[in-house]
Design a protein around this ligand. Sequence first.
Ligand code: C5P
Ligand code: MG
Length: 160
Amino acid sequence: MIDSLRIGYGEDAHALARGINLIIGNVWIKESPLGAQAHSDGDVLLHALADALLSAFAMADIGHYFPPSVPDYKGMDSARILEALLERIKLEKGSFQLHNVAIVITLDSPKLGNYREAIRTRLADLLRLEPARIGLSFKTSEGLAPGHIQARVTVLLSVP
Ligand code: C5P
Ligand code: MG
């Protein structure tokens, strides 16, 4: 049993800037005047989640499959990146069962508590996983990194 379990871990961070929509877990955080400067839509949560899933299979990382130098990926919806990588994992490694996902988002403002359920519901949809298996915590940096957003994600899954 224990030999069929795989843990995965991923993280991502971006600098924040004005005039960009802040997207977290494929959800638009409407009241944020700042968004993540990035080549794609800057969704740190989905990027860290994709890396966590890839890492569980020792399959390199998101930049290996979606190099930032490719113009096609500019402004890309990160949900499409996650879906493509899930397909890729299944193709290369076969099917797997995801058991739970644990996420920490570090952002000084705005407060994100009101978005917790919307983000968990969207992730549940993308991962075909019950929301009860998706833990989502928010932290400030205590002012140490005000112009910055970071996501850390662990996943637990099993292979047949
Ligand atoms: O980082 P700190 O421990 O001060 O955060 C206190 C609480 O504020 C967190 O436990 C979380 O519930 C909430 N929070 C939030 N949105 C953020 C940062 C923190 O809702 N962007
Ligand atoms: Mg990123």
